[in-house]
Ligand binder design. Structure first.
Ligand SMILES: NC(=O)c1ccc[n+]([C@@H]2O[C@H](COP(=O)([O-])OP(=O)(O)OC[C@H]3O[C@@H](n4cnc5c(N)ncnc54)[C@H](O)[C@@H]3O)[C@@H](O)[C@H]2O)c1
Length: 351
């Protein structure tokens, strides 16, 4: 690709923040897009933006803000649902590639707040698709999720498995994204790639997810809620591996041969599931501190295990995750101890 300009949505969020940094360092021109919602503490979102040179005071809805660190980075605060704003932005900026990571995330929250998922993940995603088709976007890459596999007994989870039985509305919206993307690939030859991420952890992580919740509880000597009495397995995947997977995929534009030439789906996961209790023990070791455990029943909408089959992305993109759980946990907890303190000093406590 000669001209390299990308729209990344969700850049105040965990994965979007890391992807923007990587693309900027590879000299892409990046526009970041996020509504900075308060699903979790916005102080963490502003801290991530600040890390990328976007000053909180300069942020205004609908206005592009220039980064003070990266000359090739601008950020806009906006809703995915705002179709006129998004259409204008696409027309003005003429992106080559779009990576949609903005979404209402979280399985448990979708039980209590179904409507926000419809707005961000369905209405918002249709806007992305429409803008891509109207503006000759070369490739739309978007976040799906391992949650589309539901409570499937067949492991590892492969992209060829049937995924018709989601157990949360969050998962249902992610599956819906894949279906909608297929329609646009079929009708308009829009090249789309859906990425099913498996439990992502690492620096600047999500405070509603187990790794950040565990690190915080261990650091503060507070109880960790262990759901389903610890009888759960997760295929934890380190953020650097996730970003490497996304970057490999971005330039591999689907459009040749096969039954669905413009449409593809990949798992991105470590393929090394671990029991929750073993994960906690590894965190205790890395943080040199015992955890206090509070055993709890299974939560509605949760799945008992996740396990990625990585064959597809390995065969087609020559991609394999490289972080062992031990290395990933060490890097993550080192960050937690130092950087979280820095963030706290600047912004106050975040939840
Ligand atoms: N983190 C994981 O383990 C994981 C696993 C599977 C899938 N995913 C998916 O990957 C993507 C990124 O996840 P993350 O962990 O970085 O989550 P995140 O919540 O940290 O980031 C998402 C960002 O999107 C923004 N956003 C939400 N709704 C929006 C809207 N309507 N308009 C504009 N911005 C909006 C939020 O403000 C947030 O900053 C999401 O689509 C998520 O569903 C994440």
């Amino acid at each position: 690709m000669s001209k390299k300009k990308i729209l990344i949505t969700g850049t105040a969020g965990f994965i979007g923040f890391h992807l923007a940094e990587r693309m900027l360092n590879e000299n892409w021109e990046v526009v970041g897009y996020d509504n900075i919602n308060n699903y979790y503490d916005v102080k963490l979102k502003y801290a991530r933006l600040r890390e990328a040179g976007i000053d909180r005071d300069a942020i205004e809805y609908g206005k592009l803000v220039q980064s003070s660190i990266y000359p090739n980075y601008r950020f806009i605060k906006a809703n995915l649902e705002d179709c006129s704003l998004m259409e204008n932005l696409f027309q003005k900026e003429q992106f080559d590639v779009v990576c949609n990571l903005a979404a209402q995330a979280g399985v448990r929250y979708s039980i209590e707040n179904p409507r926000v998922y419809v707005q961000s993940n369905l209405v918002g995603f249709v806007n992305i698709l429409e803008c891509c088709r109207h503006n000759q976007i070369k490739h739309l890459v978007y976040a799906s999720s391992s949650s589309v596999y539901g409570n499937s007994d067949k492991v590892p989870f492969s992209e060829d498995d049937r995924v018709d039985y989601p157990v949360s509305l969050y998962a249902a919206t992610k599956k819906a994204n894949e279906l909608m993307a297929h329609t646009y690939s079929h009708l308009y030859q829009l090249s789309t790639t859906g990425l099913r991420f498996f439990t992502v952890y690492g620096p600047w992580g999500r405070p509603d997810m187990a790794p950040m919740l565990f690190a915080k509880a261990i650091a503060e000597g507070k109880p960790i809620k262990v759901f389903n009495n610890g009888d759960m397995m997760r295929d934890f995947t380190y953020i650097t591996d996730i970003i490497e997977g996304i970057v490999r995929v971005i330039e591999a534009i689907p459009g040749k041969g096969g039954e669905h030439p413009y449409y593809q789906i990949f798992n991105i996961g470590c393929s090394n599931p671990v029991r929750l209790m073993d994960f906690i023990v590894m965190m205790e070791k890395a943080m040199r501190k015992k955890a206090v455990l509070e055993m709890c029943p299974m939560q509605k909408g949760d799945v008992k295990r996740t396990f990625a089959d990585s064959n597809n992305i390995y065969t087609k993109m020559n991609y394999l995750p490289s972080f062992s759980l031990k290395n990933g946990i060490e890097e993550f907890t080192n960050w937690y101890i130092t950087y979280e303190d820095n963030v706290k000093r600047t912004f106050g406590n975040f939840n």
